[in-house]
Design a protein around this ligand. Structure first.
Ligand code: SF4
Length: 346
C-alpha cells in the first residue's frame, strides 16, 4: 500500500483514491476436517493401491475431486456401486448408520473420513433421540451432512431449512424439543432461526456446544471484516460447497458491493472489476490454497498486485487420520501436518 505524505499513524490502512488493492481474508481455505479427509484418500491409494472408492465427493470441491480421480479414486453415489471386498472411504460430510450397514453387508473395507466435528453432531442426535427429544435440525434439505445426521435418528428429526420455515413447524411435545444444526451454515441466519424457534417453543433446548464448526465461523468472521472495505468480494469454492456459498451471502450482507463465487481464476469476468478499487478474496473450507494463489496472480495481472492479509484468527487444530487407516498404516508413520485451530488474533 503506498504511503500518504504528511499523514501520521496507520498509514498502510489509508487507501489512496484510485489505488487498486486486494484484501485477503484469513483464515480461509482448508479446515482440519477437509485436510484429514483428502489425506485419507491419498494415503488409502498409496497403501492399498488404486482403485479406492469414495462415497460422494470426499469434500465439496471439484478441483480436489478431479485430482484424486487422476490418482485412482473412483467416486460413487452409493455403496452398491462398489465391487464386493473393495476399499471405500466415507466423505467428510458423514454417513447415516444405514450406509455403514450397507457397506458392511457388502463386505467392503470402509474408512470413515467423517469430520470429527460432524461426528459430534451425530452423537448429539443419538443422545437426544434416546432421551425422546424431537430434534429440530437446522440445515439444507438434500445436503449429505444433513442426510447423515438425520439418519442417526430418523423418527426424531424434523428439518428446518430457514427462519421462514419455523412458522410451519409442528412438534409432538413443545417441552421436549432441541435444535441442532449443520456445521456449515451462516451463523447469523442460524441464530435468527433459533430465535424464532424459541419464540414458538420457549423450552427449546440448546446443543451442548456450537454445531456450526470453528472453520465455518472463522471464515465468516474474516470475510465480514474484509467485506466492509471491499467493492467486490471473490470467494473461491464450488457451487455445492455450503460454506463457500454462505461466504458470498455474508460478504453481501456485510457491505461488499458485489460478491461472486468461482471454482477457478479463469471464471472471473472482466466486467466484475469495472470501477473496483478494493477486491476482497477468500475461499471455502474445502479449497486448496493453490487456487487462491492462482486468483491472486490473475488479479495482479489486472492491476491488483497490492495484497494485504486481514487476519481474524489463528488455526492450528489437527485431527488424526481415520482409525481404520491408522491401524493399517501402523509401523508406516506419516508425520504430515493436518489442519488449523481456532485462536483469535488480537
Ligand atoms: S467445515 Fe467444519 S465440519 Fe466441515 S469438514 Fe471442515 S472442520 Fe469439519
Amino acid at each position: 500500500m503506498p504511503r500518504v505524505p504528511g499523514v501520521r499513524g496507520r498509514l498502510k490502512d489509508i487507501p489512496v483514491p484510485g489505488h487498486k488493492r486486494v484484501l485477503l481474508a484469513a483464515p480461509r481455505g482448508y479446515c482440519a476436517g477437509v485436510d484429514r479427509a483428502v489425506i485419507a484418500v491419498e494415503k488409502a491409494l498409496e497403501h492399498y493401491g488404486a482403485p479406492v472408492y469414495v462415497r460422494k465427493q470426499i469434500v465439496h470441491n471439484i478441483h480436489v475431486v478431479t485430482e484424486l480421480e487422476a490418482m485412482g479414486a473412483i467416486f460413487v453415489d452409493e455403496v452398491d456401486e462398489v465391487p464386493e471386498g473393495a476399499h471405500i472411504v466415507f466423505s467428510a460430510h458423514g454417513v447415516s448408520p444405514a450406509v455403514v450397514n450397507a457397506a458392511s453387508d457388502r463386505g467392503l473395507h470402509a474408512i470413515d473420513a467423517t469430520c470429527p466435528l460432524v461426528t459430534k453432531v451425530h452423537r448429539e442426535a443419538v443422545r437426544f433421540a434416546r432421551d425422546d427429544y424431537e430434534i429440530l435440525l437446522i440445515g439444507h434439505e438434500g445436503h449429505e451432512e444433513v442426510e447423515g445426521t438425520a439418519g442417526e435418528a430418523p423418527d426424531h428429526v424434523t428439518l428446518v431449512g430457514s427462519p421462514d420455515e419455523v412458522a410451519n413447524i409442528e412438534v409432538r411435545d413443545p417441552d421436549k424439543v432441541v435444535w441442532l444444526s449443520q456445521t456449515t451454515l451462516s451463523v447469523d441466519e442460524t441464530m435468527e432461526t433459533v430465535r424464532r424457534l424459541r419464540e414458538k417453543f420457549p423450552n427449546l433446548a440448546d446443543p451442548p456446544s456450537d454445531d456450526i464448526c470453528y472453520a465455518t465461523q472463522n471464515r465468516q468472521v474474516a470475510i465480514k471484516k474484509v467485506a466492509q472495505d471491499a467493492d467486490l468480494v471473490i470467494v473461491v469454492g464450488s457451487a455445492n460447497s455450503s460454506n463457500s456459498v454462505r461466504l458470498v451471502e455474508v460478504a453481501l450482507e456485510y457491505g461488499a458491493k458485489a460478491a461472486y463465487r468461482v471454482d477457478y481464476a479463469s471464471e472471473v469476468k472482466q466486467e466484475w472489476l469495472d470501477g473496483v478499487e478494493t477486491v476482497g478474496v477468500t475461499s471455502g473450507a474445502s479449497v486448496p490454497e493453490e487456487l487462491v494463489q492462482e486468483l491472486l496472480l490473475a488479479l495482479s495481472d489486472a492491476g491488483y498486485g497490492d495484497v494485504a492479509e486481514v487476519k481474524t484468527a489463528e488455526e492450528d487444530l489437527m485431527f488424526s487420520l481415520p482409525k481404520e487407516l491408522r491401524k493399517d498404516l501402523a509401523g508406516n508413520r506419516d508425520e504430515r501436518a493436518l489442519g488449523g485451530r481456532n485462536r483469535p488474533v488480537q
